[in-house]
Design a protein around this ligand. Structure first.
Ligand code: COA
Length: 359
């Protein structure tokens, strides 16, 4: 091989080491407070059944859903996030100005860019780091893991994690498999420093081979857009198909039932506790039968409270776990300072689970 002048060049000597300062955070982190926002409009099954040739009875029996909330037409993901956040800040007893980062987990903020988080930051009158993450129904648990690492790593002292969805904007009312499943809402948590461990190790992962199992059916680019050299964008052209979210219900059901209990068990083991130490089980609210199957597989003791928010909230994706947590705390079903196992799973397919100290 001929040595070219480029590869023959010697690398410059380093200017020195030891001058870099690494960030240093709190020893541990915990959830300081949670908040929730449920839109005003209650939509019972009866409003949806006609178009999908279904019945209230079938939906209750197969999914456990009785009703869900839908946001008003003009109500946005940011509006809902703000309402949940103000509650969470109050519960945590801190001011927005103390936040070092805002993480919004959502798949229904209808703009590719900018993210929802900086808009929320502006509403709160702050200029901290703010970004969105896309991990569907596992988004909130991903956010909790990031917040824990950010606080312990020293990137922020307090982090706001919001799970929010306006799924009614992306629901196909004629699709029997999804029309009744989704709901709207927002849940928020403030995570901050702690002297003792408040967030256990996160067990997370992805099964990208099943990426088509739950997905936005059309990409945004299916809007008719001008090709290079063509005229200006024709704003009157409608998309071929509205990019609603579709789902292979049975495959997702099987994956959730058989795949997620072992993940939840690992989160318990890694946290160094046993299942009897739990004070609450707060799984993603996807289907009441999935929740029941997980309880059975985990051999969860009968006296441990389980989130069953799905009955009145349906599946609110990233919002489901913080919303259920907020309700259980408000209704005094779970003790402050106790241990809750939370697990999110959904489109990707992706999942994340951890044991947390209840704020
Ligand atoms: N109303 C009435 N009947 C319906 C129906 C509806 N909305 N949807 C399907 N059916 C019928 C089917 O035609 C089928 O009839 P057949 O037995 O005569 O062929 C029967 O009900 C069973 O259909 P199936 O698709 O097997 O239903 P299911 O029991 O799997 O329930 C879901 C459907 C969507 C409730 C279920 O698959 C599910 O919850 N999946 C996971 C959802 C989930 O977790 N999603 C989010 C993860 S983040």
């Amino acid at each position: 091989m001929t040595i070219t002048p480029d590869t023959a060049r010697t690398a410059p000597a380093p200017k020195g080491t030891g001058s870099l300062v690494a960030s240093d955070g709190a020893r541990y982190a915990r959830i300081w407070g949670v908040g929730g926002y449920r839109p005003e409009r209650v939509v019972p099954n009866s409003e949806l059944v006609e178009r999908i040739d279904s019945s209230d009875e079938w939906i209750r029996e197969r999914s456990g859903i009785v009703s869900r909330r839908y946001a008003a037409a003009e109500e946005t993901v940011v509006d809902m996030s703000e309402a949940a956040t103000r509650q969470a800040l109050e519960a945590a007893g801190i001011n927005a100005s103390q936040l070092g980062a805002i993480v919004i987990a959502t798949v229904t903020h209808p703009y590719q860019t900018p993210a929802a988080a900086p808009i929320l930051a502006n509403r709160l009158g702050v200029t901290c780091a703010a970004f969105d993450i896309s991990a569907a129904c596992a988004g909130y648990c991903h956010g909790i893991s990031l917040a824990n690492d950010m606080i312990r790593g020293g990137s922020a002292e307090y982090v706001l994690v919001v799970g929010v969805e306006k799924l009614s904007d992306f629901t196909d009312w004629d699709d029997r498999g999804t029309a009744f499943i989704f709901g709207d809402g927002a849940g928020a948590a403030v995570i901050g420093p702690s002297d003792t461990p408040g967030i256990g190790p996160t067990i997370w992962g992805s099964d990208g081979a099943q990426w088509q199992a739950i997905m936005q059916r059309e990409p945004w680019t299916d809007y008719r857009r001008p090709q290079v050299g063509e005229g200006p964008f024709d704003k009157t052209v409608q998309p071929r198909n509205w990019p609603a979210i579709g789902m292979a219900g049975q495959s997702v059901f099987r994956w959730a039932v058989w795949g997620m209990a072992p993940v939840a068990q690992q989160a318990i083991d890694k946290a160094g506790i046993s299942i009897d130490d739990l004070d609450a089980f707060i799984p993603h609210q996807a289907n009441m039968r999935i929740i029941d199957a997980m309880i059975k597989q985990l051999k969860l003791p009968a006296d441990i409270p389980v989130a069953r928010d799905i009955a009145e909230t349906a599946n609110t994706s990233a919002a489901s776990i913080p919303l259920a947590t907020e309700r259980m705390l408000r209704q005094k079903e779970i003790p402050s300072g106790g241990l809750a196992l939370q697990i999110g799973f959904g489109a990707g397919l992706v999942y994340a689970a951890q044991v947390v100290v209840i704020p």
